[in-house]
Write a protein that binds this ligand. Structure first.
Ligand SMILES: [Zn+2]
Length: 294
């Protein structure tokens, strides 16, 4: 049985047919978020019409999602909050629709079909432009009472003291350890704007500012993961996103930060790299559809 999965992001909308745990044919459209939520929704519906031969639709959607509707979204998608994604797709296609937040869908994909496969529980962490996370226990995504569960980027750490966060608070790990956070802090220190790869290269070459910014960010993130392990005790952490392509120094610093805060029983919890890349949310949205409708 084939399902259609649609990943709605701030810059692109990617749809693909999923059979089993394999993504087959895909199409991609620009989101054009500046044209407003109704336009974005019309692109999503068009994606569902371009592909055919599916029996249901799973959606991985930017923002916080509850019962098929977006209940909160960042400024990347203006007017997106309040959008009834499930309703629009149901009406257009006539099939059953499931909608998850994109970070939750990504987590479901990695937990069930990627690096977390075979573990009883899995905490996925995406460290890219921002930082997001998801906890999957026994194959089920944990959404929390307000669909907000998993927002690991918004945990406080002493390393991030005084840093302003995208959520409007300060001291959260996201502005410290996300890709944009690392670039901002390196620029503030040196006056030079470099991408994460260049800062990593400079840190590996021993440039002190790059070492301080990049490895300090990884230690702070590691400390946060250790604290999360103390509360949730996942069987494995699965990391993905651009920052995880940093070199050994980043990973060693992450491990040091983790060791500094994780309690003894969770000290050896594996921290591994995700394996599904961009397909993770498509596969995860399809897995969630099967959970709800099969
Ligand atoms: Zn925050």
């Amino acid at each position: 049985m084939a399902l259609l999965s649609i990943d709605i992001g701030g810059t692109k909308i990617r749809a693909g047919l999923v059979e089993g745990d394999q993504v087959q044919e895909t199409v991609t459209f620009p989101t054009e978020a500046h044209k407003g939520a109704q336009h974005v929704l019309s692109v999503v519906v068009r994606a569902s019409e371009v592909l055919s031969g599916y029996d249901g639709i799973g959606v991985a959607c930017a923002g916080v999602v509850s019962e098929g509707k977006v209940i909160s979204a960042t400024s990347l998608l203006p007017g997106w909050a309040g959008t009834d994604v499930a309703g629009a797709l149901r009406e257009a296609s006539g099939v059953k629709v499931t909608v998850l937040g994109d970070v939750h869908a990504h987590g479901m994909g990695e937990a069930l079909c990627g690096a977390g496969r075979g573990y009883s529980s899995c905490l996925t962490v995406a460290v890219g432009t921002g930082i997001g996370g998801a906890f999957i226990d026994n194959g089920c995504i944990q959404r929390g009472a307000h669909a907000l569960a998993g927002h690991i980027g918004h945990i406080s750490t002493s390393y991030a003291e005084g840093l302003e966060c995208s959520c409007g608070r300060s001291g959260h790990v996201e502005p410290l350890a996300s890709g944009s956070g690392v670039m901002d802090r390196y620029e503030a220190l040196t006056g030079e704007r470099c991408d994460g790869r260049e800062i990593d290269r400079r840190a590996q070459a021993g440039e002190q500012n790059a070492v301080d910014v990049l490895y300090g960010s990884a230690r702070g993130l590691g400390e946060v993961l250790g604290s999360v392990a103390n509360v949730m005790d996942p069987a494995v952490f699965v990391l993905s996103g651009s920052m995880t392509r940093s070199g050994k120094g980043w990973w060693d610093s992450l491990a040091q930060g983790y060791a500094s805060s994780a309690m003894n029983l969770v000290r050896e919890t594996p921290i591994v790299l995700g394996t599904l890349g961009d397909d993770a949310p498509l596969i995860g949205a399809a897995m969630q559809w099967r959970k709800e409708w099969q």
